[in-house]
Design a protein around this ligand. Structure first.
Ligand code: ASP
Length: 454
């Protein structure tokens, strides 16, 4: 059985929804269909979730909500009309929205916000089930409440209560036909609606894939595949080949360095259950997409992609005979911990140590305090802070056994005139990391891409 998730751009209007129905009906193993709220139809459009947030805010401020309410209803009404579903479904959506707004007085602001945000996926799932029926194929809406999608933690940033797996598995044992399931939200133990972080329909899909032990979790979006470099930095990447397969570890390393196709946190449930994840394109369903799985055959010396991320700061500490001073590294990390700073990378030499941290953790006053504490508590020969660094990650299972990997990377960067501020072929063995100056990022990513993919 396959669990498929369709994002907002795949469900933005009637034509997109018809494509989704065609895709689902083309493969009888596509049985659980997780849907987002309608997304943007074009660059200047607004997602239904954002319209609902505006509606919730207007309601909370006590203002007249007619305009915001009308904008939400209008989106669904036009989809329903273009799909020839009749007026009934729009009336039901209107009643649903009015009911939610009326519940405002019983809820805290956060609870109310989640109740409103969830309306996007919930009503879309009902509408899409009706669209299947209108095309003469039965599909049933399933509710997160009835199936036991119990969430905990903060509203707007909730997580699954792990106990839910049992109930979800039970709810989907021996079910018939096609189920349309709204993404993005569930219920607290107290019965209140709670949402995952934005983009959370991916999380719902991944949870259901794990709960039913799906053969594959198909995540339909609007790209043919994951590209080996960010097309915004390297536009020519689109003329080449997308990534056919990658491992979970490769995905994690690429996603860490800002590989934007999807959020790796979202797929943790599927990864833990070792469900293969297939990223596919709703607008080009014959493309096989990118398959992300536990293992793959890799060629030594190749990479699957190069990712980059901005906003790093390097703290460089030198001290003669540092390697003999037991506990030095721990003391540095303790200072960072006490200042609430997480660290990203820490390459060390015998007498020097670098700690790379995100610059958002190091506003000027924090930086001053950290440097003073390092000076006072660790008595180094020198401590300096380098700003405006970006990280490049060259990711591939094939880097592990490769001879000359480092030479290839440094030649590419040297030829492009990029100076490497730090390099580490890390413990993970699936990636090498280079830090470059922010102004060199684009040049560096292009150079690596051309060195490995041409
Ligand atoms: N509709 C929600 C959002 O816009 C969740 C999702 O699309 O995954 O964030």
């Amino acid at each position: 059985m396959k669990v498929c998730k369709f994002g907002g751009s795949s469900l933005a209007d009637a034509a997109q929804i018809n494509k989704v129905i065609d895709i689902v009906l083309a493969d009888p193993s596509r049985r659980i269909v997780v849907v987002s709220a309608p997304g943007k139809r074009n660059g200047s459009d607004t997602k239904v979730t954002d319209l609902l947030i505006a509606l919730a805010k207007a309601a909370l401020s006590g203002a007249n909500v007619d305009r915001e309410y009308g904008a939400v209803v209008e989106r669904y009404a036009s989809i329903a009309q273009d799909l020839r579903l009749g007026d009934q479904i729009t009336r039901e959506i209107e009643d649903d929205l009015k009911g939610r707004i009326a519940d405002k007085s019983k809820l805290t602001e956060d609870e109310f916000m989640d109740l409103m945000k969830a309306a996007g996926e919930d009503n879309n799932a009902k509408l899409i089930a009706a669209a299947f029926t209108a095309r003469g194929r039965k599909a049933r809406y399933a509710s997160p409440r009835d199936t036991g999608m119990v969430l905990m933690g903060e509203h707007g940033d909730a997580q699954l209560d792990p106990e839910s797996y049992k109930t979800l598995t039970r709810a989907f044992s021996n079910f018939e036909g096609i189920v349309i399931y709204p993404g993005f939200f569930g219920y607290t133990k107290e019965g209140k609606v709670a949402t995952f972080p934005r983009g959370g329909s991916d999380i719902t899909g991944s949870i259901l894939a794990a709960a039913v032990c799906a053969d594959v979790y198909e995540n339909f979006t609007d790209v043919d595949s994951v590209y080996p470099a960010d097309p915004r930095l390297v536009p020519e990447v689109k003329d080449g080949e997308g990534i056919k397969t990658m491992t979970y570890r490769e995905m994690r390393e690429l996603a860490y360095a800002g590989f934007g196709v999807f959020n790796d946190d979202a797929v943790i449930p599927a990864v833990k259950a070792r469900i293969p994840i297939n990223i596919r394109n709703t607008n080009h369903p014959s493309a096989p997409g990118t398959m992300i799985q536990q293992t793959r055959r890799s060629v030594p010396g190749t990479i699957v992609g190069v990712a980059s991320e901005s906003g790093f700061v390097n703290i460089i500490i030198d001290k003669y005979l540092m390697n003999r001073e037991i506990g030095f590294g721990r003391k540095v990390l303790t200072i960072l911990e006490e200042e609430g700073i997480g660290y990203e990378h820490m390459p060390t030499g015998i007498d020097s140590l670098c700690v790379m941290v995100k610059d958002k953790f190091m506003p000027t006053e924090v930086e001053k305090r950290v440097v003073n504490r390092i000076k006072k508590e660790l008595k180094p020969d020198s401590v300096s802070v380098v700003h405006d660094l970006d990280v490049l990650m060259m990711v591939g299972e094939g880097t592990r056994y490769a001879v000359g990997m480092l030479a290839k990377v440094s030649k590419a960067l040297a030829d492009a005139g990029v100076s490497v501020m730090m390099f580490s072929q890390g413990a993970s063995e699936v990636s090498s990391m280079a830090a470059v100056r922010t102004q060199d990022r684009e040049k560096a990513v292009r150079a690596i891409y051309h060195a490995f993919f041409e």
